[in-house]
Design a binder for this molecule. Structure first.
Ligand SMILES: Nc1ncnc2c1ncn2[C@@H]1O[C@H](COP(=O)(O)OP(=O)(O)OP(=O)(O)O)[C@@H](O)[C@H]1O
Ligand SMILES: [Mg+2]
Length: 402
């Protein structure tokens, strides 16, 4: 039969499409991973030997049962044939690294047969806070927050655009170090245009900001006073904006524009029973954005017992350090990614702003923060009230006169 040139063209094009589709499928990350794993099994002679018909040797290799790709890694699961010693896989970890690259982790499930393997596409190691490179990353922002490094570079955002921040994670995961580095960067970048208030109910962290922040308090009554002051200030700013007919303090004339205010609270869970304070904090979260009043709240677990739904919803930016389990991780970021952070990865977080990404926060020691903050000492702070800290309107008026 003679094939016409049109038919030939159609046949070749159909064949071409098939080949292209096959090539596309073959290069999907999960297919690449499946092939690489099978390659490891063959190169490493990782199979279970059986005797078949007439004593012929049969090889049963591990079977790849699933591959998933995430923002920063590929995860695969494979199952060993019954009878195969799992230590042959663990002893061949070097071969997995040789074939798949560094950043490979293997873990055996309780059934003694199923291995899960993670392959990180890049490793973001811990790094020390470097004031110069942080300053370079924060240029041209009004209220800059330095988050850290992702695989694609420095991560930072402007708090004026994304107002309220929630930092969560299990004990020792890096929350307080993150607070220290965020506030230190803010003070150094914004200077006198920032009024910073710190509440440190664990009394372990914020002493480094004494004399630099407007006020540092370590008890509930001190925080209550600050919250009342901020509520008054918000009313005042609202009146000002109303008189000038603007919708954001940034639109006020320069001579009337008040400074940005940041209230940072470490260990918010200790305020669980302080309804008045929490109501005030919630009010800030609801109306603070346009008035230039912002929140940074840190706690281990932002469950409903600590944060009420409305306040939590207003904390739109999230830094989720290691969480103890998937349920807690979902409470913070809506996915279980933060539970997959390893215990040894201090300062590693899932950062949620527009989507989620893994970020490594900078390590800023207390001593280094002290040195960086030294030039700013006593520039912003108001004198501490020298008598009792119980709350009354008189206290507030006195403070404002100071
Ligand atoms: N970004 C980081 N890089 C390297 N190491 C870090 C980092 N952040 C924290 N660490 C290490 O982890 C330790 C605990 O961190 P941090 O005090 O911030 O934990 P935390 O989450 O505030 O814990 P807790 O809830 O108990 O207060 C630090 O002393 C430091 O050694
Ligand atoms: Mg802490």
């Amino acid at each position: 039969m003679i094939i016409g040139s049109l038919e030939l063209f159609k046949l070749v094009s159909a064949g071409g499409c098939g080949v292209a589709a096959w090539a596309l499928w073959r290069n999907q990350p999960d297919q690449v991973m499946r092939r690489s794993l099978n390659d490891v099994f063959i190169r490493g002679d990782l199979y279970y030997k059986m005797r078949g018909y007439r004593g012929r040797e049969l090889r049963s290799y591990p079977r790849v049962i699933g591959v998933k790709t995430y923002i920063d890694r590929t995860e695969a699961a494979f199952k060993l044939p019954v009878g195969m010693d799992p230590s042959r896989i663990t002893e061949s970890a070097w071969l997995f690294r040789q074939v798949l690259g560094s950043g490979v982790e293997l873990a055996l499930a309780d059934d003694g047969r199923t291995f899960s393997m993670r392959k990180y596409s890049g490793v973001i190691g811990a790094f020390e806070y470097d004031a110069e490179s942080v300053a370079a990353a924060l240029r041209n922002m009004r209220l800059p927050v330095y988050v850290g490094k992702s695989r694609t570079g420095d991560v930072a955002y402007d708090m004026v655009d994304h107002p309220h921040l929630l930092i969560a994670g299990e004990t020792g995961s890096g929350k307080s170090v993150a607070l220290r580095s965020i506030l230190t960067s803010l003070i150094r970048q914004v200077g006198a245009k920032l009024e910073l208030y710190c509440a440190d109910l664990k009394r372990s962290e914020f002493h480094v900001f004494r004399g630099v922040a407007r006020e540092v308090v370590t008890d509930v009554s001190g925080l209550e006073r600050i919250v009342l002051r901020l509520q008054r200030e918000m009313r005042h700013r609202g009146d000002l904006m109303d008189a000038e007919e603007v919708a954001h303090i940034d639109d006020l004339p320069a001579d009337k524009r008040p400074p940005y205010i940041v209230l940072a609270i470490d260990e918010v869970a200790l305020l669980k029973r302080e309804k008045d304070v929490m109501d005030g904090v919630e009010e800030i979260s609801t109306i603070g954005r346009a008035l230039g009043v912002f929140l940074v709240l840190a706690m281990q677990r932002p469950d409903a017992g600590v944060l009420d739904g409305r306040l939590k919803n207003n904390l739109t930016v999230r830094m989720a350090f290691r969480h103890s389990d998937a349920i807690n991780s979902r409470i913070t970021i809506g996915s279980d990614e933060a539970a997959r952070i390893l215990d040894r990865d201090k300062g590693r977080m899932v950062f949620k702003l527009n989507g989620c990404e893994y970020v490594q926060g900078p390590h800023l020691t207390l001593a280094a923060a002290r040195t960086l903050l030294n030039p700013y000492k006593n520039a912003n702070a108001i004198a501490k009230p020298n008598v009792n800290t119980s709350v009354s309107d008189n206290d507030i008026i006195e403070l404002e006169v100071l």
